[in-house]
Ligand binder design. Sequence first.
Ligand code: T1G
Length: 700
Amino acid sequence: MTEAVTVTRDGDIAIVTLDNPPVNALSLHLRKPLHEALMALRDDEAVRGLVLACAGRTFVSGADITEFGTPKALERPSLPDLIAALESFSKPTVAAIHGTALGGGLELAMGCHFRVADAGARFGLPEVKLGLLPGAGGTQRLPRLIGPMQALTLIVSGNPIGSGDALAAGLVEAVHDEALLANAVAFARAKADKGAALVPVSRREDKLAEAKNDLGGFDAAVAALLKKKRGLDAPARCAQSVRNGLVMPFEEALATERQYFVELVQGEQSRAQRHLFFAEREAAKVDGVGKDVAPRAVKRVGVIGAGTMGGGIAMSFLNGGVPVTILEVNREALDRGIATIAKNYDISVKRGSLTEGARDKRLGLLTGTTDYADLAECDLIIEAVFEEMAIKKEVFAKIEAVARPGTVLASNTSYLDIDEIAASTGRPQDVVGLHFFSPANIMRLLEIVRGGKTAPDVLATALSLARRIGKVPVVVGVCHGFVGNRMLAARSAELEDLLLEGAAPQQVDKVFTDFGWPMGPFAMGDLAGLDIGWRNRKALGKTAAIADALCEQGRFGQKTGKGFYVYEAGSRTPTPDTEVDTLITEKAGERGIERRDIAGDEITERTLYPMINEGAKILQEGIAARASDIDIVWVNGYGFPIGKGGPMYWAESEGLAKIVERLEFWHARTGKEVFKPAALLKEAAASGISLAALRKGKAA
Ligand code: T1G
């Protein structure tokens, strides 16, 4: 075990180097020796300045999240103790930052008088993503360095900024392309030689002045930022703590920040969001695909189909800097697809979320063709054509005819059997499912569908490519709908009957939005287009009384201005429509159904509980290796509220025994399969062992 803290000298400048792999988190075994070193160096007269640096790939990435909820987190010296020690120095202290200075790592660096960064460094306070707020002075010191408004945005979003933005904002004093440590030492020495007055960040007030005089403007900015954070406690606390710094003395605002932190870290939402943090990393650990399995090199990707999905998938790769050859059946379809991609980028440029340079760079990576032969140079080819097995097989035959040996052959199918597709080729080991979620360039989830013969290095390639383009990968097994869509079908199974029996679309949707979903199933159907489900049902010989009737009237949802709701011209806001209520009443009457008032709990029990039940069946069958993988699918693919940790995590807090009891009630009452409790769910409920523990990491 290397020393967590080493002190070396460059003349009269002391260099304190932290080394706590893999990301230099501020674990207790690091905090203790660091505090001792700082106190010794502070009083050492031979030392005229101090540089705080890190070994390994990154500067401090924050507090050690694994310590939260354990005595170690509370054991001193705490992170605030370390920062206080730094601020007690009467000689210049300089943080030398490479990699990512995040959370407590950035807070530690702000305890120094100065910060010097490597050009590739990134800076952020991502605590809000863990259901927390920066609890070691971040909400007080960052505003003093970059101003309250910029600090507010960075803290409430939790997103990092690069070294250029950090320099421009005043977060760092210098940025270097190389020789970071030597430059940091020279910076410290120059400050020591100059003998300039050293003002700790906590004593700097000038950047607060403007906001102090315009609290109304600040509050308006807060309101705008919190709009998208509905139902979450941490963002509001982050904003309140920054505001406290404008109206309270520093020490009082700091103490209040600590109080907010203690409240949040003990709260259910932070526990759920910390669960998701580790779950996302667990999901990338796949049976038989260890670090020894090297991914295949992917220099260019072929995308077949330039429609909504194909275009979005192409953009996902372009956004990650991966060159794309996109193919369509004819020039007109190809030009339309490429024009849509360009238009989407133009919209981002207009919104200010993309520079013109970045747009041009991404479009410069895109090549279009109508000739399969042009795909020969691609290392991975993914098809996003019509969801029809015969068509998929036809396309795979064409791909196989041109693809080099070793090229990965992927399908974006949402439901279909990857093994059947693979068996139609002569190279099933190269075939994998890459299920993107619409809009593919926005949604972070990527279901990697592992066929029976998919080679381990093909999975490694898919996992590595997912990370490269900023997607969250989850490896799933082959079944109809894999993990997400299979559970979505279970969640949707009762929707029609709930309407026929007495619920209104807006009532059902409100139960969902009150739960924390971005929208309810009927509004979602209107957004996606009711005609898609209608076409799928017809292909499967299935019917849905109300949705079919709406489609027969041409009410496809937002795209036609009417669906389950009506939409004023140009508006996306759903308005309940009495015509729909009349239609539902008519359909119920035709079926002799006596309509009744339906309580919210019943709606939850007949939608979310079958979804949990299907998740347990998926675990039982090994389609998902872990319960937490299912949580990652739903949070990143369908907007399951992060403050509830994902469906399987939420089910444990809801109580498995209660869920099983209610499923058995509805199963007895209706006889429907969707309510028949899964054996694994009953086992977990009866034994008190969590689903996570019962199925931890066991693949099929
Ligand atoms: N604590 C403990 N373990 C951590 C960790 C952390 N802060 N960050 C990462 N790990 C583990 C991770 O679980 C994985 O473990 C391994 O390190 C590599 O991580 C007081 C309270 C730094 C950008 O939220 O964003 O400070 O799976 O796979 O892709 O105000 O890790 O190998 O066993 O993600 O290169 C705030 C969280 C904490 C940063 C590197 N800080 N980390 O990404 O590697 S709260 C964060 C990250 C706080 C203060 C508050 C990323 C990374 P394993 P990885 P990566």
